[in-house]
Design a protein around this ligand. Sequence first.
Ligand code: NI
Length: 136
Amino acid sequence: MEVTVSRKAHFNAAHRLFNEKWSDKKNSDVFGKCNYPNYHGHNYELIVSVTGKINPDTGYVIDMGELKKIIKNEIEERLDHKNLNLDVPYFSNVIPSAENICIYIYDILRNYIQKEFHLSVKLYETPRNFVEYSGN
Ligand code: NI
């Protein structure tokens, strides 16, 4: 019997989407407002879900207090109030789209979540647009 537990988190960050191999026009056509040269912010909402068996000693799948700390220390500290393009080295050569940010977050968290648990990360860039990655 497996149960999924989820923790919500939040960070604000700025980004600009552009592909340096393309002309200004093509960048603008493809990325629209997200290509504006002076960056812009999003209020990102994050949902981290862990699926696994319940530990009979605790009744928990995992300790949510621990998960909260990991997300705070490893994700929020790295991303909150940052300019993703300029402040986060990973995005110096990776386009900081919601998809790529979601993979970045997953890959960090995966190091802290034991292998026997399934991990899934959902990232909302706007209330209506969200992406999900679970390691495939
Ligand atoms: Ni944007």
